[in-house]
Design a protein around this ligand. Sequence first.
Ligand code: GDP
Length: 425
Amino acid sequence: MVQVVVGANWGDEGKGKITDVLAENSDVVVRFQGGANAGHTIINDYGKFALHLLPSGVFHQNIVNLIAPGVALDIDKLLKEYESIVGRGVPAPRLLISDRAQVMMPYHVDFDKYEEERLGKGSFGSTKSGIAPFYGDKYLKIGIQVCQIYDETMLRDRLTSVVQQKNTLLEYLYRKPLLDLEQLMETLKTQAESIRPFVIDSAAFLHQALKENKRILMEGQLGALRDPDHGIYPFVTSSSPLAGFSTVGGGVPATAIRDVLSVTKAYSSCVGAGPFVTELFGEEAEELRKRGGDAGEYGATTGRPRRVGWFDAVATRYGCTAHGATECVLTNLDVLAYLDEIPVCTAYEADGETITQFPSTPTLTRCKPVYTMLPGWRTDIRGVTDLKKLPENCRCYVDFLEEQVGVPIRMVSTGPKRDEILYRK
Ligand code: GDP
């Protein structure tokens, strides 16, 4: 049985916490796309953690955590993260790495920086973790799979050609130091040894797990609007964060998916560039940013202040539809307790027309929000686990969002901690 946890919006919806909660009842947690560029914040009995590459099941000793083929595997960062959580008292997690995952190379990170520098004002606001150059190389078929770092002849052969291509760009386009083949070979040799105990044939592993009726949780990174095909292109990420892609990047049959949980915040937040219709500025933004999340809305990986805005039902409905969500999970509801009235964006307006379908990027950049005002509840609801204990206006707010999004909201998160959650139905 496969469950998928994905983001309905721009990322940072609180997927980490929800995965951590659901992991308790899972046997395997799988990361199926993305890399060390995003962060999941998890607060549990061991403390507060920002996970970037490790699957969110690492705090449960009964769970196998798998890095699947679709992930951009930064070996050094993964091991550092592994050591850092063990160093803080978490028992050594059960970690597996697919032999078909591809390796993030040091030059991918360099190229990410160089290209953002070259683009200057037109840059994408990349986290400079190497993601775009990594996936670019993957689809150019010049990436390096984990299985290939154990075959010296093949690796040398492939890297010789890569180095020639990259060095031409480094010399003539970026004017930066050139790559050295031998140094790269050496780095990869060390990295290969460091992950050897974790490497497996993940397809065989997952197919066997399915046969044994194991519960598999697929964990997405970022959100639907960052999908390269269906998102706000070009302000997207380079691998698909959609639930459907979990079958591809993860490696289970499409028919194996049972539940798709699409996570959204009770307001909006967004890191990085691109159109964001309900964005707030000035004092209003600062107030929401300060109160949002567990310690303000600042990126878990970059520390960058997140852009914030009101709940966008047009974007969330679109995100949930793109995922094929069977349910929507609402997080950060407690954050809105300070407001007398809460705007919810129920439509956009552009070129004199009212739009209720999330449009493609050129139209989106001209869209203005149309708000419905809902009464606030001005009561602290942090940690409430019983629906009946929510103030009526708060329950009405959730009902309204559910109606707007068109997908049942079953889980509502009322605080960043594992047990700060309530179930509606
Ligand atoms: P992810 O990448 O989707 O896992 O999201 P992040 O971890 O980057 O951002 C979500 C933020 O919201 C983090 O600071 C979480 O600790 C926090 N968070 C998650 N759920 C809740 C909640 O219900 N209430 C509050 N106040 N914070 C929450």
